[in-house]
Ligand binder design. Structure first.
Ligand code: CTP
Ligand code: CA
Length: 228
């Protein structure tokens, strides 16, 4: 009996999850976006809530129904996503699954860009978006105790993700191989490598819900051994 896990191991903890793409406007009818269904992030938010955490899900545009029992903050752009994340602090756990557009159009028009016969196509001047994961990972009184990022890669997955963990300053990074032939982007399954400060472990291919459940188990174990 003593070995049976507590039903709500994350009770009393606050969690922040980013999910989905961001949409960066070009003009009122066009935008730049990354490919993202939001499924893995929504599954993680749901699993955290089931484990008793108080969850804020900051989501870019998706077609998914919001999980029960979470606070959903809908946003469009990276700048809005960062503001919504900052408003959700302080929290104990932050998990960034969002596919944030790396750049936005420097000056999005309020008027539709029209084609002019014979004229060359317009040139878009881009500026970098804020890095939300790096922002949340920065040391300081509001830094969540556990910050987890994702790294969607097509090449040298583990090496790229390991470097990304250090560059961002997050505690764990979850790498996945998103080459088109894996079917992971937009699919129901994921195959991940969990990279921490002490090493990496590869998980076999499983449903995104199972990845979320496994991750929540790992998080609960971490908080159980390092209270406060
Ligand atoms: N991320 C973020 N804000 C950004 C860019 C990325 O929060 N502006 C987060 C993602 O949610 C993910 C992690 O950072 O958890 C890695 O995103 P990724 O796009 O793989 O990393 P980048 O640093 O943008 O590098 P690149 O796209 O060049 O591989
Ligand atoms: Ca990126």
């Amino acid at each position: 009996e003593a070995l049976r896990p507590a039903p709500q191991p994350l009770r009393g903890l606050r969690a922040l999850v980013t999910a989905g793409p961001t949409h960066e406007p070009i003009d009122p009818v066009r935008y730049i976006a990354n490919r993202s269904s939001g499924r893995q992030g929504y599954a993680i938010a749901d699993a955290l809530a089931r484990a008793g955490a108080e969850v804020t899900l900051v989501s870019g545009p998706t077609t998914l129904p919001p999980p029960a029992g979470i606070a959903l903050r809908r946003v469009e752009t990276a700048v809005q996503m960062l503001a919504a994340c900052e408003a959700a602090l302080p929290c104990d756990i932050a998990i960034c699954t969002a596919a944030v557009a790396d750049w936005r159009v420097a000056q999005a028009g309020t008027r539709k860009i029209k084609k002019t016969p014979g004229a060359p196509p317009p040139t878009l001047a881009l500026v970098p978006n804020p890095d939300i994961l790096a922002h949340l990972s920065r040391p300081g009184p509001l830094r969540p105790r556990l910050v987890i990022g994702f790294a969607a890669e097509t090449d040298d997955v583990r090496d790229n993700a390991t470097a990304k963990r250090q560059r961002k300053g997050c505690d764990w990074i979850i790498a996945n191989d998103v080459r088109a032939e894996t079917g992971i982007m937009g699919g129901d399954e994921n195959e991940i490598t969990l990279i921490t400060a002490t090493g990496s472990e590869h998980w076999p291919r499983m449903s995104k819900d199972a990845v979320a459940a496994g991750l929540v188990r790992r998080i609960a174990a971490t908080f159980a051994t390092t209270p406060d």
